[in-house]
Each structure stands twice: as C-alpha cells, then as structure tokens.
Design a protein around this ligand. Sequence first.
Ligand SMILES: Nc1ncnc2c1ncn2[C@@H]1O[C@H](COP(=O)(O)OP(=O)(O)OP(=O)(O)O)[C@@H](O)[C@H]1O
Ligand SMILES: Nc1ccn([C@H]2C[C@H](O)[C@@H](COP(=O)(O)O)O2)c(=O)n1
Length: 228
Amino acid sequence: MENGAAKPVIVAIDGPSGTGKSSTSKAVAAQLGLSYLDTGAQYRAITWWMVANGIDIEDPTAIAAVAGKPEIVSGTEPGNPTITVDGTDVSGPIRTQEVTSKVSAVSAVPDVRARITELQRTLATSAEAGIVVEGRDIGTTVLPDADLKIFLTASPEARAARRSGELKGADVNATRDALVKRDAADSSRKTSPLAKADDAVEVDTTELTLQQVIECVVTLVEEKRAGK
Ligand SMILES: Nc1ncnc2c1ncn2[C@@H]1O[C@H](COP(=O)(O)OP(=O)(O)OP(=O)(O)O)[C@@H](O)[C@H]1O
Ligand SMILES: Nc1ccn([C@H]2C[C@H](O)[C@@H](COP(=O)(O)O)O2)c(=O)n1
C-alpha cells in the first residue's frame, strides 16, 4: 500500500460445532492484532430475542416477520467479545440449553440470515487491521473473497469429550448426539448451509491440542500475508 500500512487481512474460519473455531479464532486474532467476530453468537442472540418475545420457533413465517426488529451489536475485541440485543448484554443467556436447541431452526430462516449476513459484512469491512470471522458459512457466503479460509473438523467423539469437559460431567453420549443433530440441521438447510468452501484449508483437530491448532492457523495467516 502507498503509505506502507499492511493491507487488512480477512480470515474466515468455519466448521461444525465443537471443532475449536471460537477458541482458535480468538487466540489467532489476539496474537496477530486483528478483530474477532463470533457469528454463532449473533444467531444465538436473535434466537434469544425470539424466545424472549414469545415467537413460535416452529413457524418460519412468524420468525421472518420480526427478523428485522432486534438491534444486535457485536463487540469485536478478541479479549472481550461482547454481544447485546437492544442494549442488553446477552452473552450469558445465549449459551443456555434452550437457545442452543432452537438456534438451528431460527438461523435456517432466509430473512434472519440476510439480516445477520449484512451485519457481518459491515463489521468485516470496517476492521482496520483485519478480522477473524468464525461460523458456518463465512467462506462460502458471507466473505467469499476472504484472504484465507480455514475449515476445522474433529471427530464427534473428540468434540463431545471437549464439550462434556466444559459442561462439567455432562453425559458424553448425549452431548455427542446433540452435536451431531445440530450439525445435520445446519448442514441440510437450504439457505447457506454449513459447508467447506472449495478453496478452504481443512484442518482436522481431532489429534491436535488447541495450541497446535492456533500455531497452524497463525502460520497460514503469516504465509498468506507474505504472499507465499
Ligand atoms: N484442539 C483442541 N483440543 C482440546 N480441546 C479443544 C481443542 N479446541 C478446542 N477445544 C475445547 O473445546 C471446546 C469447544 O471449543 P470452541 O468453543 O472453540 O468450539 P467451536 O467450534 O467454536 O464450537 P461452537 O461452534 O459450538 O461454538 C472448548 O472447551 C475448547 O477449549
Ligand atoms: N455463520 C453461522 C454461524 C452460526 N450459525 C448457527 C448454526 C449454529 O448451530 C448456531 C450456533 O453457533 P455456535 O455458537 O455453536 O457457533 O448458529 C449459522 O447458521 N451460521
């Protein structure tokens, strides 16, 4: 660039749930001085609002009719990624079992996706140094021109073990079944399903520590920036 400033780098990280997208993306963004966006938190936030306002989650028409109502604001600081709905901090409530069980239905509604995708593109293009955006359809739909696309995978067993550890004593088989069910719903919806972009680098994290995954992604970003 003319003034010598580095061009903002846009990194898209997609994959099924529990593959390490959030942990990896936050750490990579912090290490490289980039912004960070958790797009799952945005879909959880709109789901939380639908539940709080008594919208029938089984009725896509009812969801679509009010999809533009809540104001969702995401903070993109990797050390403190905030999320508010109409000014209320919902970072805790969006992680409840109720929201987790309903988010796939809400996020499958095309009007919801159009609304949230617009927010995501605005945040990504305004990040000065660049941004790491994680989700399900970032490389395929939201940011198809991202500089680097990563698709994280891991076996259902590894992902369930990670989540059960987090949920302190949760039954591993039940956790595995819930993960697999949510992935199937997210992969089979018509609009912008969970999918690997053709030009994404796939990283299987099953046998890797979180630190190894972070180092792998940092190296890929640095190589991309160096034009390798
Ligand atoms: N490579 C790894 N080895 C062991 N544990 C890991 C690894 N990567 C992530 N974890 C742990 O697995 C759990 C899930 O990780 P994380 O929330 O980053 O996944 P995710 O892909 O963002 O999931 P979701 O899509 O459901 O939000 C966390 O407790 C995290 O610390
Ligand atoms: N780009 C995205 C991100 C998330 N979703 C939906 C599907 C997920 O099951 C849900 C919650 O995401 P998580 O917090 O587990 O990462 O949100 C999506 O459709 N598109």
